[in-house]
Design a protein around this ligand. Structure first.
Ligand code: NAD
Length: 519
């Protein structure tokens, strides 16, 4: 019997020995930068002349790794290999697969700071954000390992029926296309891969172009712990070439995607088309963007609300699907909150996060993101009143830094209040009362996370019924979902509400088989 699931503790950086250990991991990872990584298809490492660079967004001249520009033909080979591997991997016992995934969790725990340090360098996470990302990855492994044993045989859920013995077993689907984003570059791929593999599927995995090193390190860890190399095939290359073919391939049985609304919708369409030779309807597990709101009413604890808005909006530079990029504040407390927010946000240190623990905000991910965010800031100048920031920041490292930016008096239907910016840009929206605040909160096409700060129990009850989001929080930030505690996934254009880290998640990677034996 396994001990009950418990979330991995976050590192206590008030302890000098932990700071020293993290710094040592950063130094060690810096010595491993600049390697060339292969595609891994059917266990074979394939190096290509055609490569792309993954760079440190804080110092774009620093190459984290060189990766192969895979093609559609590589996808075809990888899907074939995964199809072959499925023939045996599907019949390994749930216990055997669970044991391997638990081994991966133990190894990742041992190398925790190393993976976190890699994220500081490859995607510009602060130490605290990177540490939480690795902890979440460990949680996914530990949680899905346990859930796999729970669901494997669900016969006890059936009623008795004489003279039959009846069983309900959850069996794997087949080959999965695993397509994660870069913003949780360890946790999200680890979650998608472990859910797929522990339930007996085989996969073709393509990490995001901005975070392939994190992806390779996870795959390597899984192979080292006993996941067969042909059951986990590793590809890199452009999403619109490699990812698109992974989705389209007739032998692909399911797609597990997390990323933007635009790409998610495209995948949904491609996956729904039955290709020549395809024998099933593909399953699409799609988690997409958000335009998440923090609602504050006049009964709220103001300082707690300010703290929550700040963390939700500017943690990891606002590059979370759960980022609270709108604060909808009831008029009577609006000015006080706006003033406090500006005072707090202007003290946040923005710099290369490898410079130390006290860097709160690092760079945005790349030049494209920097342009998209600054374009939105230009739009915001016409739609609202700029209270703070609005500028890029030049540091000695030459990275993609943008100041924490706050717009005030933004109409609820403004573009910056409705579209996902995915950067450190916060829109403050003034509502005349709680009713109007809730109405504005529900007025986007997304429905991922939301938060309400209020001490009025009736209003919280109302929000519980009417605030249409997959993850709703009261009197706390709208980011920071914990595995096994806040199953995560959104409504409407935020995706298929797959609830990662929840008790139903693995069912999406399986199909139920009912077996009746007449005595
Ligand atoms: P993205 O959509 O640009 O890319 C995601 C993945 O899709 C990448 O691996 C990319 O290579 C691949 N891809 C790109 N084009 C493709 C195509 N035509 N076919 C198949 N695959 C393709 O997103 P991103 O910039 O990496 O990530 C940011 C987005 O992810 C944001 O919108 C954010 O809100 C969202 N996100 C959602 C969640 C969630 O749980 N709902 C979690 C994290 C991030």
């Amino acid at each position: 019997m396994l001990p009950p699931f418990k979330n991995e503790a976050l590192t206590d950086f008030s302890q000098p020995e932990n700071v020293a250990a993290f710094q040592a991991a950063l130094d060690s990872v810096k010595n491993k930068l600049g390697k060339t990584y292969p595609l891994v298809i059917n266990g074979e490492e394939i190096l290509l002349d055609d490569t792309f660079e993954s760079v440190n967004p804080s110092r774009p001249n620093e190459v984290i790794g060189y990766f192969a520009n895979g093609s559609a033909a590589h996808v075809d080979r990888a899907v074939e290999a995964a199809t072959e591997a499925f023939k045996s991997w599907q019949y390994t016992s749930p216990q055997e697969r669970t044991d391997i995934i638990l081994k991966v969790a133990a190894k990742l725990r041992e190398r925790k700071h190393e993976f976190s340090a890699l994220m500081v360098l490859e995607v510009g996470k602060s130490w605290v954000e990177a540490d939480a990302d690795t902890a979440e990855a460990i949680d996914f492994l530990e949680y899905y390992a346990r859930q796999n044993l729970r669901i494997a045989d669900s016969s006890d859920q059936l009623a008795d029926y004489e003279p039959e013995d009846n069983r309900l077993v959850y069996i794997p689907l087949g080959v999965g296309a695993i397509i994660p984003p870069w913003n949780f570059p360890v946790a999200i791929p680890t979650g998608m891969l472990s859910a797929s593999l522990v339930t007996g599927n085989t996969v073709v995995f393509k990490p995001a172009e901005q975070s392939p090193t994190c992806g390779y390190w996870i795959a390597e860890l899984m192979w080292e712990c006993g996941i067969p190399r042909d059951a986990l095939n590793f590809l890199t290359g452009p999403g619109e070439v490699v990812g698109a073919r992974m989705v389209e391939h007739p032998q692909t049985r399911f797609v597990s995607f997390t990323g933007s609304r635009e790409v998610g919708v495209q995948i949904y369409e491609t996956a729904s088309k039955v290709q020549p030779g395809q024998k099933w309807l593909k399953r699409a597990i799609l988690e997409m963007g958000g335009k998440d709101a923090v609602v504050v009413d006049e009964t709220a604890d103001i300082d707690n609300a300010v703290d929550g808005i700040l963390k939700s909006a500017f943690g990891f530079q606002g590059q979370k699907c759960s980022a609270g990029s709108r604060a909808i504040i009831v008029a009577s407390v609006y000015d006080t909150i706006a003033e406090k927010l500006v005072a707090a946000a202007q003290n946040l240190r923005v710099d290369a996060p490898d410079k130390g623990l006290d860097v709160y905000m690092g760079p945005v991910i790349d030049a494209d993101a920097k342009k998209k965010i600054t374009d939105y800031i230009a739009i915001g100048r016409n739609e609202g009143e700029l209270l703070l920031g609005g500028n890029t920041i030049d540091t000695d490292t030459g990275g993609y830094f943008i100041a924490p930016t706050i717009f005030s008096n933004v109409p609820g239907d403004a573009r910056i209040a409705k579209e996902e910016i995915f950067g450190p840009v916060l829109s403050l929206v003034r509502a005349k009362d709680f009713d109007e605040a809730l109405e504005i909160a529900n007025s986007t096409e997304y429905g991922l996370t939301g938060s309400v700060y209020s001490s009025d129990a009736d209003r919280l009850d109302r929000a519980a019924r009417e605030f249409y989001v997959g993850n709703l929080y009261f009197n706390r930030p709208c980011t920071g979902a914990l595995v096994g505690i806040h199953p995560f996934g959104g409504f409407n254009m935020s995706g298929t509400d797959s609830k990662a880290g929840g008790p139903d998640y693995l069912l999406l990677y399986t199909q139920a088989k009912s077996i009746a034996l007449r005595r």
